[in-house]
Each structure stands twice: as C-alpha cells, then as structure tokens.
Design a binder for this molecule. Sequence first.
Ligand SMILES: *Cc1c(COP(=O)(O)O)cnc(C)c1O
Length: 439
Amino acid sequence: MSPPSSGAPSPIWHPFTQHGLGEECPLVESAQGSLLHCRDGRALIDGISSWWVVTHGHCHPPIVTAIRDQAERLDQLIFAGFTHEPAERVARGLLRLTDAHLPSPDPLAHMFFSDSGSTCVEVALKMALGYWHHRARRSGESEARHRIVVMEHSYHGDTIGTMSVGARGVFNHAYAPLLFDVTSIPYPSAGREQATLDALEAACRAPEKPAALLVEPLVLGSGGMLFYGPATLRAMAQICAAHEVLFIADEVMTGWGRTGTLFACQQAGVVPDILCTAKGLTGGSVPLAATLCRAKIFDAHLSRDRADMFFHSSSFTANPIACAAAAANIAIWESEDMAARLAAIGAGLEAHVAALAAHPAFENVRRLGTIAALDLKVGGGAGYLSEAAPGLRAFFLERGLLLRPLGNTIYVLAPYCTDAAQFDRIFAAIGEAGERFGA
Ligand SMILES: *Cc1c(COP(=O)(O)O)cnc(C)c1O
C-alpha cells in the first residue's frame, strides 16, 4: 500500500492511535543502535527502545547474523512432537541464566514458548489454573482454585484474559462485560506498603483461596512507571508461599536488565513460581516469549492421561528464527559484562535525574536501573489521556527524539548502546518541555 508520503491515506489501523487526530506518523526505513532513520532524512533517538523491547540496540550485529543464518537453515517448524536446536539452546540457556541470577533449591525448571508478552501471561494464568485443577482432581480437594490476585495500576497485555488481570479504565471500558473478576490489592506507594501486604494477606485468607498472585516486579510500566521496593516484593512472595498461593512475576518489561539486573525479582531475592518474559528476550529484534515455571507446575500436568496435557499452542510456537535471535541474546548475557554496562547507564541517568529533581515543573523524579521517569505538573487532568501527552510527543519529535509519555509521566527507557551525548540531548529536551508545558 502507499506510504504516507505519496499522498494516499494508509489503510493501516495503528495500535493505541487515535487516527482522527491526524498526528504525524513518520516512516522509518532503517535503524541502527539507538537511531531510527526516517524516509524524510531525519534521524530520531529511540528513547523508549521502540516500546521497551530493544535492549542492546537496533540491528545488533550478532543478533542480525543469527537471524540471517537461521532463516537460511530452518524457518518454521511445528512444535508439537518436534523440536529444533535453537529452541533447545534457548530453553537450556534461559534456565541456566535464571538459575545463576535467581538461585533456588527449587529452581525454575521448565519453560513454555509463546509469541508476545500478552500470550506468555495468558500461558502463566493457564499454567496456574491447570496446576490447581489437576491437583484438586488428584487429591480429592473439594474445589480447584481459580481466583487471581493482581495489583492496582497493573498492565499485563491487551487480550481479554490479560485485560482482566490489568487495571480497569478507559483502555478496556468497552470490553468490561467480558472481563473476569479478580481481587485487586493497592499499589504499594512509598509509606503505604503495609496496606498492600495487609490486603494480600486478607485475600489469601478469604474463603475463596486464590490460585495465584500476578505482579509486575518493582516497576508498574504502563501504569506510569510506578516503582516500589524490593522489600515489598519479597514480603508479597513470602505471604504467597505461606498460603500456597502461586507467585507469578510478569517480567515482560522489567526483564533483560531494565531495572539494573537481568530480572527485577533478583533484587528482592525472590524466585517466582512462574516467570513471564518477552520484549527483550530476542534483544527486541523479533517476537518471542517464554513462561518459566517450577517443576511442580509441569509435574501437575504430567501423567499417562492425554486429558492432563497443557492445552495451549500457537502456530509459531518457538519459531526457529526467533529462537536463534534469543539464543544470540542469551549468549551476549553469558559472555559480556552486562552488569557493568547497566551500571554505567544507571550512573549517567542518575546525574540527569538529580539535575531535574528540583525543577519546578516536575515531581516524582525517579530512576531504577536503566529507567528514568518524572511527572510533569499539569493543570487539569493527569493520567493516560492527559492533554499533555500528544503535545509532548510532537514536541520531542520536533527535536529528533522518540519519547512517548504515559499521560503526564515522561520516561526514558533507551537501548543500552545509547551514548552520553544522546542522553544529554534527551534530557535537555525534557528540561525544555518542563519550561514549555509545566503548570
Ligand atoms: C508490554 C507488556 C506486556 C504485553 O506484552 P506484548 O508483547 O505487548 O503483548 C505484558 N506485561 C507487561 C508488564 C508489559 O510491559
């Protein structure tokens, strides 16, 4: 179809886009490192890693090579009853990595492939319900658990299932009649952590016992880059363990170094029963996701009865090309000093964050690992549909930056190859935005 520059309107319906506003939609022809190269000649700094996925940089050479080599050898394979080398490498590598970073006497021992963050969370929910279903049936427990406990302001995806476990609001108002009921505990804002733990304890003691707690560890991404501390995460995991409630960590955004460590859970010394990873699994090059679980969850589905199997698949489960990209990413994490790279980015961001901390236009200036965020003080509505967001987006675009504020929350979540000069440009523009848009 015609690209936008030819004049004919594109038939594409873009995600999270109000086409009625006629906002600019640049056509990007290539990307390298932290830069997006547009057809009109502009180069944009990708300050949000193309929606939080790109970790090492766009078109990172070892990952591109792995994709190219694999595409020539084996492009796609049915994954029921068949396997292939790239999938085996990813599975072993991922479990080796998690065992090194999340050591446990009862480690994450199995993994299931899917294609996106939403689907790996769906898989996690189905694993949890499957676990309780088979357990109840075998032990003669009266009823299988199926209630899910979630945290206020969470985001886990846009399918019906993942919308059900995410924050309710303008995003899913139209679909609310189809969403299933969950128990929500408050977000543990600073000083209010005990309220969260009390609510979780109460949920675990309720007559209807929960099957699982599902949380984004340490950072609620789409909820507005809201941070909470590792002690709270750890206490939540302990409450779950005490009540035999499965602890599911959605590390789709936080994984692969975003919070300064491979996974956020490791900062709390927490090994979840189920861990979801997607976005950065392939270095953000091609879609792939995985749901890792402890042995007891796999074992609950293990018998000689075909009715007990895990009834989930998608056409492209463990696509070999995607797996080759993920294997290349895992090799980077196992051979390069990622901790030093993340620490250097964190230190650079910290200096910028400190410089903006006293800026009168901003509040809640914060950083965790490679994520920096601040809230623009706006008159009128905050929140996702804040009038500030589209104006800010255009303002940054004019300055050669891809930044996409969440309502009045401006955040930087750049690829790890972003250099000091590029961060300087990003934060200079943010300071300028404060002057222009701050209340
Ligand atoms: C992005 C995100 C998802 C959904 O991932 P998709 O690949 O967009 O389906 C799920 N959970 C969290 C925490 C996310 O940030």
